[in-house]
Design a protein around this ligand. Structure first.
Ligand code: NAP
Length: 277
């Protein structure tokens, strides 16, 4: 599996598995567990979840799926902003660990900025890190000004990633946030990379994919993965879709194909505030 370098020199897998809405429906449980296990079999080690997803049901499902295989996974979870206080984040992390059936998270993120001061959340993350409960910490949905505020805190420059909405139709970050992160070698984690499925029904993408003999998912994910410092976390509950999404790594898009997609889905000319799904 291709990896992306963290500021400390260690690496994260470039392609992960999102799990929002997984664990919610008993009828889908068997296939969802099989998909997570297949992901590990195929080297997709990074699994992204959050205490918010199904109020813990996603974490519990992952716990069941990776039982006996913890070491193969790179687990990412997130704390609700209203739980992200000095003590609240530590308690929330303990609950996540229990649901996931593990003694540590590989990466723990602040899900978005809320009313709790960033200093408090960072302090909790540093304590969790010192206690070995989390290996890395990071943030999510922070636009440039919030990211700068986090980074300026003592210890804030240890941030491993900012997980934000980024795909062919959401390119505003290329004007401000993305270059700022790149200058500091902080990898960006792109969520909703196929716009929750809507991008795959977009005629311009379907036409491009048809002309190049690839699937729309391959095209959308391939465009992101062509940027070497991105981590991309498409969600799928289906093994067939997982295999299809992996084509984006197995058969990278050429520079000419990426340029064509750049032109079909141009970035905005002016910065736009970071959107959140
Ligand atoms: P997404 O990954 O862009 O899209 C997921 C949707 O696309 C699902 O309906 C999935 O259906 C479908 N899909 C995936 N691969 C497909 C394929 N090859 N062919 C056809 N359909 C396909 O959206 P997302 O779930 O919002 O984002 C990904 C992950 O990012 C989330 O699961 C979550 O872990 C994370 N996230 C984080 C935040 C945040 O605030 N930090 C916000 C949103 C998402 P099937 O399951 O049927 O394949």
């Amino acid at each position: 599996m291709r990896t992306v370098r963290l500021p400390d020199g260690n690496s994260l897998p470039a392609l992960g598995l999102g799990t929002w809405n997984m664990g919610d429906a008993p009828a889908r449980r068997e296939e969802e567990i099989a998909t997570i296990r297949l992901a590990l079999d195929l080297g997709v080690r990074l699994i992204d979840t959050a205490e918010m997803y199904g109020e813990g049901q996603s974490e519990s499902l992952i716990g069941a799926a990776i039982a006996g295989r913890r070491d193969e996974a790179f687990l990412v979870s997130k704390v609700y902003p209203h739980n992200a206080s000095r003590r609240g984040a530590i308690a929330a992390c303990e609950r996540s660990l229990k649901r996931l059936g593990t003694d540590h998270l590989d990466l723990y993120l602040l899900h978005w900025r809320g009313a709790v001061a960033l200093e408090e959340t960072l302090e909790a993350f540093l304590r969790l890190q010192a206690a070995g409960k989390i290996c890395y910490f990071g943030v999510s949905n922070l636009d440039l000004d919030d990211m700068q505020a986090w980074y300026a805190l003592t210890g804030g420059d240890g941030v491993a990633t900012d997980q934000v909405l980024y795909n062919l139709t959401r390119r505003g970050i290329e004007l401000d946030l993305l270059p700022w992160l790149r200058a500091r070698h902080i990898p960006l984690m792109a969520y909703s990379p196929v716009e929750q499925g809507r991008l795959l029904r977009e005629p311009r993408l379907i036409d491009f994919a048809h002309r190049h003999g690839i699937s729309p998912a391959h095209a959308a994910l391939g465009w992101l993965l062509a940027q070497e410092d991105l981590i991309v976390i498409p969600k799928t509950s289906r093994r067939a879709h997982l295999r299809e999404n992996l084509h984006a790594l197995e058969a990278p898009l050429s520079p000419a194909q990426c340029a064509e997609l750049d032109a079909l889905f141009p970035a905005p000319r002016q910065p736009v505030p970071l959107a959140m799904l």
